[in-house]
Design a protein around this ligand. Structure first.
Ligand SMILES: [Mn+2]
Length: 266
């Protein structure tokens, strides 16, 4: 069987959500059979306090990932929820942690940029300031030396604050900035930009001043249903459900099936 690349983002794994965990493990089993590589584009975990504070649940996930990454290469780019995920965990999970904000990939004569996507949301100025602050090495060094109970409380506080402020922000501000997308696509003359973060799964054409045609594929977050991108000849964005120990694709979106109202929000 021909093997494909698989790409996921925004799984938001958490111990209290057994359903998503089950879907994720079934997905890993599928990739083990059909994949030649796996790219995880951030927010794999809903929250990350530090590699020194692993729960049994997180260790179990690491073991499952290690089983896969011993067979095919797995890559991880951090999201805004798990940006503190470090080398210790990467080693446990066997994946390669990409420290840059994006991966430039050439595959089947096409050029791809893979990223979490939060850096494209340049209209959300308070978020970009926050991001810069928490990614500052000095801030992270300070954080690492805090007592564990303080880390718990701080993380909880930040999540609640982010939820509250996001409710006040407009939908447009929290989406990607079109100019940021075009600049990026133009710079490396890419064919596909693939990201998550916004939880707005869809396929968009990127209109560029030159005749170059590019697409932006947005992965969705996982809830009752999940999303992945599979690349053989062309990339396909696939929504799926799971149960009875199997993954069932529901919808497939690719440049071949492009139409604007593919996604009806449920
Ligand atoms: Mn995110």
């Amino acid at each position: 069987m021909r093997k494909s690349l698989f790409i996921i983002a925004d799984i938001h794994l958490m111990e209290s959500n057994a359903n998503i965990t089950e879907g994720f493990l079934l997905f890993l089993a599928k990739v083990k059979k059909e994949g030649s590589a796996l790219y995880i584009l951030g927010d794999l975990f809903d929250a990350w306090l530090g590699d020194d504070m692993l729960s049994d649940y997180q260790k179990e996930i690491a073991e499952q990932l290690l089983e896969l990454s011993q067979i095919i290469p797995c890559y991880f780019i951090a999201g805004n929820r798990d940006f503190l995920l470090g080398e210790d965990f990467a080693k446990k999970a066997g994946f390669k942690r990409i420290k840059k904000e994006s991966i430039l990939l050439a595959y089947n004569h096409k050029k791809y940029v893979l990223m979490h996507g939060d850096t494209l949301c340049t209209d959300d100025i308070p978020y970009q300031k926050y991001r810069k602050c928490v990614n500052n090495p000095l801030v992270q060094l300070f954080y690492r030396h805090l007592p564990k109970y303080v880390k718990y409380r701080l993380a909880k506080h930040l999540r609640e604050r982010s939820k509250a402020t996001n409710q006040k922000k407009s939908q447009a501000i929290m989406d990607v900035n079109q100019q940021a997308v075009e600049l990026l696509a133009e710079k490396d003359k890419i064919d596909y930009l693939i990201h998550g973060h916004t939880h707005r799964p869809n396929l968009h054409k990127i209109s560029l001043p030159t005749n170059h045609l590019a697409y932006r594929m947005v992965l969705g977050d996982w809830e009752q249903k999940g999303w992945y991108i599979q690349i053989d000849e062309i990339p396909q964005l696939i929504q799926f459900t799971w149960g009875n120990k199997t993954i069932t694709p529901l919808k497939v979106l690719s440049e071949a099936t492009l139409f604007p109202d593919f996604i009806k929000r449920e």
